[in-house]
Design a protein around this ligand. Sequence first.
Ligand SMILES: [Zn+2]
Ligand SMILES: [Zn+2]
Length: 703
Amino acid sequence: MEILVHKGTHEIGGTCIQVASGKTTILLDVGLPLSADGAIVDVSQLKVDAVLISHPHQDHCGLMDYLPPNTPVYMGRLGKNLMDATQVFLGESKHERDFRHFKAWVPFEIGEFRITSYLVDHSAADAYAFLVEAEGKRLFYSGDLRSHGWKGILFENLVKRPIPSIDIMFLEGTMMHRNNDLFPDEEAVEKKIVEVISQQKNISFILSSSQNIDRIVSAYRACKRTGKIMVIDIYTAWVLEQVREITENTPSMDWPEVRVYASHSQDERLKAAPEYFGDFRKRLYLHRVKSQELQSDPSAFLYFGKVSSFRKIESFKKAGQPVNVIYSQWLGYLDGSHADYFGCDEISAYREDPEVNFIYAHTSGHAPVEDLQRLAAALNPKILVPIHTEDAAGFSRSFNNVTTLRDGETFVLTQAGGLMPEIMSAECSWERYIIKRRELLDNWSDDQKKIMKQLAEKWIYIRVGGDKYRPVSIHPDNPCGSLLKRLNGSESEIGGTKSLDKALTNAEAAAPANTKKPGNQKPEHVVQAGLIHHALTHDMLLTDRFRGFSQFFDELIFITDELKAGDIRADIIALGGKGGKYFPVFIELKAIRSKRVIEQLILAQQETAKVKPVFVEMLAKGTGKTSISFEDYKLLVVWPKASSGKGKASVAEVIADSRFESAKGHLLIGEFEKPEIARDGFHSNVENPDWANGKFLQAGTSH
Ligand SMILES: [Zn+2]
Ligand SMILES: [Zn+2]
């Protein structure tokens, strides 16, 4: 499973998580960043098989319209209907996408993924968390959630009956630096509304979002308890109609304590789209309340409005009997930095207005840290990744197994359950790997090849990974191992970077290549490192090292190393040349004689054949050669010479094995003299050139 968070690892909103498995790629949310200066993900360039929307908040679905036109979009049906409602009332056309709807808790499939949606409690209706399964791995994405709304039971169910065996969990952390102490839950908000409206001498306004259904419910319940009438606008009434299709338990305009105030502009919207609204306009007029009614007995009403309702509020101002304005959303909107949010400044000014009694009553749509801790403890993921948060770094103080990711970097969830940068991984798709390798080879210039040669003389090589460059050691004492950078007395391991120039700079600054020895130093790595070293210092040619194969190729040009995708792998990819014709050579190096190696190499060739054009392009990019015949490929296995004794197959016998029938005429086997291995593990030294430099003794082939 390959994971790339395009955005959202270090901010609230703008969330966009890409998950890929085999040939299937999906996005979890396509959010618009909340901060005005936030860079926007260019989703129009993303070729994905589907997009899953957790809930209809802009910071999770706001980039939907920029997706390539035919991308299927999965979301809850109510969520989609609520989105349509917003569009129509804004006078804009509905989103024209290939929408698909799922049912809560009912698994469905998208290509290689099995998805289960979990309805959650949030300030948006129809909000979901997702369980995403593939390759035997389980990813859980929380979306936005909380436990303290009217649907808090959904959160408690997740805690009480946790989904088992979660490998990786993306957990939202909006509240890492915010608290909810003033109004810990919707009940507290309701209580405050009751307190205000039961005493009111004039009308009360409550300002919130019409799509915050829980808040409408709280306001309604407060009205019911105090004998007041809740006034909603046409848009809110229409939103409630949508919710009504799902549940009978939310307030609706035909309930006795609810009336609709019909403004001219909203009524125009109804008239403009009769086919969309059906008989709603007709029914609506049975439940209207007019301005005169409100003005004649204002203390009988609670008006559910938005910050843009300030003109309406103005019309009720009376000296001596202040209008109650219950501000019931995030206070941050009033800090003066949300100029594009119409009405904020006017509402903010009410805090100083003697004719207005400004009251704050709001509970967050997001779980406070203690609740998130309960959820994390219950699901107990092997890896917990912060998302939708301004304090990813602070997560490790509150949670176990935290791994912080960065936007734009690809990671792979390995079979062993770890999360590693793609460059080090062996689990991502072969084709993706080759495509990226080809793209990155575009960046090699002749100048850089010269620098590469100088680096090789210092036993350093820049390995091209999934989408990064990483300097590694090719010293026989640290073959294919990490390099260290020494800065101000401290040492750090040099990682991968997307910039080739940066990788070159890091390589220049590296400590001597033999200074860090990896734990599992493998003998074949010595051969591999030796071959790479030879290629870089000999115009990319490996020809000298494979003299035993001169009947098969006059030239052997190094292209790249370490192509890996699960069981599909090749240690070195080279381009062979014979009589002016070129063909790919897949090379595998092994310190043991195992027929499994041959099977792996055959698989690598077969998989590569499926993506032949891109592979051949990569070979051409790496060498400048053009007449490349993929069909003349060679598989070259290099392993130790058989020690004498019974049951040790000769090269000829190995090659005659019927399992390798499909590789007939393509399979070559080279042998080398195995060096002495010291008791404390593998010992190599530069003085043993046959081994350390990969000089091979024998060759055989199948004809
Ligand atoms: Zn959000
Ligand atoms: Zn949200």
